[in-house]
Design a protein around this ligand. Structure first.
Ligand code: AP5
Ligand code: MG
Length: 212
């Protein structure tokens, strides 16, 4: 089962990916989480990426494609994976087509979580994250339910970074959806219900029971 979660910042990709990971027992590949791990470890890539993420801009296609090329070759991806946050540009989508072909894999479904911009702004400004495992939580949550860590605000959820993130999504990432629509792989889900309601629809889409 190879799934691709598509949606704007704050649309619920990470939230639903956690559910899918638990359900199918396959890895969650989240390029934002991978970049934040590089930053936390103080690697050269992390040092380059930190100001880019803080400003809400995109890391270069070359770096991101190289990162995904290495990740998809890891043995834990063999039974399948859940991709979140990649591809974010048309060149990334084209490169991913080539990587999947080389690996003899294909996506079973692209799940688009559709959320209006006003809701996104509201969600991002209140979101809390676990600094240890990167799970995300709604406002008012005190500690991570998995490892008990006190929750923090993500650097790019500060007001000055949220607008640029939405703007770059509209400019560079919206065209990626058309790339997958052409292949008839997209299930579009209204991402505004409760997390549990959305999860039911995401699972139905992943299992091929819903086609939009
Ligand atoms: P990334 O970490 O991928 O951020 P993003 O795409 O901006 O998405 P988010 O993680 O903010 O949102 P989400 O959809 O996962 O929502 P969540 O589930 O947390 O990327 C970060 C940065 O890294 C990028 O800006 C860029 O700089 C760089 N980067 C990453 N990939 C790149 C690439 N391929 N190329 C170039 N640069 C790249 O939910 C949000 C909140 O809403 C939470 O509080 C959650 O609890 C709540 N929520 C979830 N579902 C619901 C619901 N149904 N109702 C109410 N609240 C809900
Ligand atoms: Mg996320």
């Amino acid at each position: 089962m190879n799934l691709l979660l598509y949606g704007a910042p704050g649309s619920g990709k990470g939230t639903q990916a956690n559910m899918l990971r638990a359900h199918y027992g396959i890895p969650h590949i989240a390029t934002g989480d991978m970049l934040r791990a590089e930053i936390a470890s103080g690697t050269e890539l992390g040092r380059q990426a930190q100001p880019i993420l803080a400003a809400g801009r995109y890391v270069s296609d070359d770096i991101m494609i190289g990162m995904i090329r290495n990740r998809l070759r890891q043995p834990d991806c063999e039974p399948g994976f859940i991709m979140d946050g990649f591809p974010r540009t048309v060149p990334q989508a084209e490169a991913l087509d080539g990587l999947m072909l080389d690996l003899g894999k294909r996506f079973d479904r692209v799940i688009y979580l559709r959320v209006p911009i006003d809701d996104l702004l509201h969600r991002l400004s209140g979101r809390l994250v676990c600094p240890r495992c990167q799970r995300t939580y709604p406002p008012g949550t005190l500690a991570c339910e998995v490892d008990g860590s006190p929750l923090v605000q993500r650097e790019d959820d500060k007001p000055e970074a949220v607008r640029p993130r939405i703007e770059i999504y509209l400019e560079k990432t919206v065209p990626v959806l058309d790339h997958y629509r052409v292949g008839g792989l997209v299930s579009e889900i209204d991402g505004r219900g409760t997390i549990e309601e959305i999860s039911r629809q995401v699972l139905a889409a992943a299992n091929g029971r819903v086609k939009a």
